[in-house]
Design a protein around this ligand. Sequence first.
Ligand SMILES: Cc1cc2nc3c(=O)[nH]c(=O)nc-3n(C[C@H](O)[C@H](O)[C@H](O)COP(=O)(O)OP(=O)(O)OC[C@H]3O[C@@H](n4cnc5c(N)ncnc54)[C@H](O)[C@@H]3O)c2cc1C
Length: 284
Amino acid sequence: MYPPKFDYYRADSVQSALDLIKEHDGKFLAGGHSLIPVMNLRLADPGTLIDIGRIPNIKGIDKHGNAVNIGALTTHTMVAASGELPTAVSEAASMIGDPQVRNRGTLGGNVAHADPASDMPTVLLALRAQFTIAGANGERIVDADDFFVDLFETALQEGELLVRVSVPVEGPHTGSAYAKLHNPASRYAMVGAAATVTINGGKFREVGVAVGGLTPKATRASAVEAALAGQDATAETIAAAAAAVADDLGDEVMGDIHASEAYRRQMAPVFVRRALETAVSRAS
Ligand SMILES: Cc1cc2nc3c(=O)[nH]c(=O)nc-3n(C[C@H](O)[C@H](O)[C@H](O)COP(=O)(O)OP(=O)(O)OC[C@H]3O[C@@H](n4cnc5c(N)ncnc54)[C@H](O)[C@@H]3O)c2cc1C
């Protein structure tokens, strides 16, 4: 399949990307592993592509104080191989697609596309990541809870470029994990669950839990978090809290030929429990 015709420009800096998109409209092209397929399927016809793939300073992972910054152009392979990120982030990246997808696809493209079956939105929501966005009026920072707006929709406004995502450094007594039921062909999440926990004196202190693949956008599992807060970190508490995810899903659970709505609802607490159990074992 071939995409519709498009004009092509290459940006060599964040500023030139912003200038080019303002001048020509169109869309940014990063790894192309979501945008080109939707163009091939004629679901998008942007007319102009601004290639941001070679902008030098927004690729890579570096630690600053209590945060680890991931440049928007950092590939899934780089995220998977990093020893500096919370375990759940690298774990989720290592489960994306296949080696070709992980070598070309970028963190920025993954979250900007906001496919409900993507892995990274779920993990970044659980970890309360922050998103730095560049636009005509400079930079602004958006919290994960506000970044993912709806199906394929984020807080990014027309002409804005995501430059980096920041996650907290994984401190002592803290562990995180990502567990997913994947589509056997594409490996996209049919159910994805991410958890980060801090345990002190045998009790849950800080907790972050999110699920993906179920609803139009990655969803914070607030009922699960509330059921864990201050409780003993035992298998019984985890199992009971994981069941509370049903309250977080509401009536918007999706179903398709790969997994029905009913099946996804059944699997959600199973994968939340698995992510929590692994996070707890890593925290200790
Ligand atoms: C066969 C296959 C299997 C896959 N399996 C999985 C999977 O298991 N899990 C998973 O999570 N994903 C999966 N993916 C998707 C993959 O992770 C994509 O690489 C990713 O979603 C998009 O990243 P990209 O760099 O390719 O973005 P692109 O395709 O280049 O861009 C996607 C969208 O984001 C916009 N964009 C890109 N970068 C920026 C930026 N910095 N600022 C603002 N807007 C931007 C573009 O304009 C476009 O609208 C799969 C893809 C394929 C083809």
